[in-house]
Design a protein around this ligand. Structure first.
Ligand SMILES: [Zn+2]
Length: 406
C-alpha cells in the first residue's frame, strides 16, 4: 500500500488515471512504439495522507530525469508569466527585502531566472540552487546542487544567511522535502522567510483540472497540508496569497516558529478548506466522478466531430496534454497534430499518444475547424493572439472546468 512521503501513513487513493508515459518523453517519429524514452509507464494515481492531509502521487517515478539539459520549459516563455515573475520580484523587494542592508536572496530551481534578475537589478545579491545542466539563467549565479543542509552550509560560508528563499513550481516536485527543510534551516537568517508558489489543490478540485496531475508534480498542496508540513520541520505558515496564473496557484510564506504572526489570510483559507471538506473522502469521490465525466464528454465530442468530417488540431503540447491524451485514449485518429512553440518538441511525437508536434505556423496553414486548447491556463493570452482563427470560423474546445466549444 502506498504511504505518505512525509509521515509514512497509508495513502487513501481517490483518483487513478491509469498508466502514463513521462510527460516530457517526446520520441522522434523514427523511434518504434515502445522504444527508448517512449517505453516507460507509471501509474498516475493520486492519494491523500490520512494523517497530514498531503495530497500526492501514489507511485514514485524511478528515474533521476528532470529537468534535463534542453528541458523545454521556460518560466517566462509566456508574456503573462514573464510579467507575473517580474511582479513577484517587485513584490519581494517591497515586502521581504526592504530595509535590509546588503540583502541576499536565493531561488530554488530558477529555470530562466526572471525573478532573481529582477532582484539583482535592484542591488540584491542572488544565488540559484539548480541541479540541472540548464544554463539559460540570464547571468544569474547558479549553485549546481539541490538545496540540502550540506549545500546550504557552503552557501552560508560564502555569502552569509539569506533573507529570503523563493521557489516557483518547484517544491511540488522535490522528492526529499525533509532535505529541503534542513537546507532552509541552515540557509535562512533568523527572521528570513521561505516563499513558494505551486498549483493549488483547491483549484484543481474546484475546476476539475485533472490535467494538473502528471509526473513532474509529486505534491498538490493545500493551506492545511502546508501548515502541517511547515510545523513538522520547525516552521510556520504565516502568509498566503492567491495567484491567478497556471489555472490557480497559491503563494505560501513560511517563517521560523515564533518569528512572525500569521496573516489573517491564513486563518481564512484554513477555514474555507475545512468548510469545503476539501480532502474529505466524499468530496474527493465526487471530484473523481467529475473527472470521468469530462473524459466521456471530450471523447464523445471529438468522435462526433470526426464522424462529421471536421478537422481538429491540438494547441500546445503541454505536460498537461499528456495526461489528457493518455487518460482519454486520444491519438492521431482524432487529433492529427498538435501545434507548439517549443522547438525541442517540434518534429517529434507526443508521449504515448504519438501525435505529431508541428510548429505554430502550421496552425494557420490551413486553420483546422476546431482547436483543442491544452494550454487552457493561458486561454485569454492565446485566444487574443489567435483571434484570426476565430475570425476565420474556427472554434476552441476547452475541457476545464467542463467540455465546451467557444
Ligand atoms: Zn502524511
Amino acid at each position: 500500500m502506498p504511504t505518505c512521503r512525509i509521515c509514512g501513513t497509508p495513502l487513501h487513493t481517490f483518483l487513478d488515471l491509469g498508466h502514463h508515459p513521462l510527460s516530457s518523453a517526446f520520441p522522434a517519429p523514427a523511434e518504434a512504439p515502445g522504444a527508448a524514452c517512449d517505453a516507460f509507464r507509471y501509474r498516475l494515481a493520486v492519494g491523500r495522507c490520512e494523517r497530514c492531509a498531503l495530497v500526492q502521487l501514489t507511485d514514485d517515478i524511478p528515474h533521476g530525469y528532470r529537468p534535463y539539459p534542453g528541458y523545454p520549459y521556460h518560466s517566462s516563455g509566456s508574456t503573462v508569466m514573464r510579467e507575473h515573475f517580474r511582479a513577484t520580484g517587485r513584490h519581494l523587494l517591497r515586502t521581504e527585502l526592504s530595509g535590509t542592508h546588503t540583502p541576499f536572496a536565493v531561488e530554488v530551481g530558477c529555470t530562466d531566472g526572471v525573478v532573481l534578475r529582477c532582484l539583482a537589478d535592484a542591488g540584491v545579491r542572488t544565488l540559484a540552487f539548480e541541479p540541472s545542466g540548464y544554463t539559460g539563467h540570464g547571468g544569474i549565479r547558479v549553485h549546481r546542487a539541490f538545496l540540502t543542509a550540506a549545500s546550504a552550509r557552503e552557501a552560508v560560508a560564502a555569502e552569509g544567511p539569506a533573507q529570503i528563499v523563493y521557489a516557483a513550481n518547484t517544491v511540488c516536485d522535490i522528492a526529499d522535502l525533509p532535505g529541503l527543510f534542513a537546507g532552509l534551516d541552515e540557509l535562512l537568517a533568523p527572521g528570513g522567510v521561505f516563499v513558494f508558489e505551486d498549483p493549488y489543490f483547491g483549484e484543481i478540485v474546484g475546476r476539475t483540472a485533472f490535467d494538473q496531475f502528471y509526473d513532474e508534480h509529486r505534491y498538490y498542496f493545500t493551506a492545511t497540508s502546508v501548515r502541517a508540513l511547515a510545523e513538522r520541520f520547525g516552521f510556520r505558515l504565516v502568509g498566503i496569497e492567491r495567484l491567478p496564473v497556471h489555472g490557480g496557484q497559491l503563494r505560501y510564506t513560511l517563517a521560523r516558529a515564533g518569528r512572525r504572526p500569521p496573516s489573517p489570510a491564513v486563518a481564512e483559507l484554513l477555514a474555507e478548506e475545512a468548510g469545503r471538506g476539501l480532502t474529505d473522502p466524499a468530496v474527493l469521490a465526487a471530484f473523481a466522478g467529475r473527472v470521468d465525466g469530462v473524459r466521456e464528454d471530450l471523447v464523445a465530442l471529438l468522435e462526433e466531430l470526426h464522424a462529421a468530417g471536421r478537422t481538429v488540431a491540438g494547441y500546445a503540447a503541454t505536460a498537461k496534454s499528456c495526461t489528457v491524451t493518455t487518460y482519454c485514449g486520444l491519438g492521431p485518429h482524432l487529433i492529427p497534430y498538435i501545434c507548439d512553440s517549443t522547438p525541442a518538441k517540434q518534429g517529434r511525437l507526443t508521449p504515448g499518444a504519438r501525435i505529431p508536434v508541428r510548429p505554430p505556423d502550421a496552425f494557420a496553414a490551413p486553420y483546422p475547424d476546431y482547436a483543442l486548447l491544452f494550454a487552457w491556463n493561458h486561454a485569454a493570452e492565446i485566444m487574443a493572439r489567435e483571434r484570426a482563427f476565430r475570425a476565420a470560423g474556427g472554434r476552441w474546445i476547452l475541457y476545464v472546468p467542463g467540455v465546451r466549444v467557444v
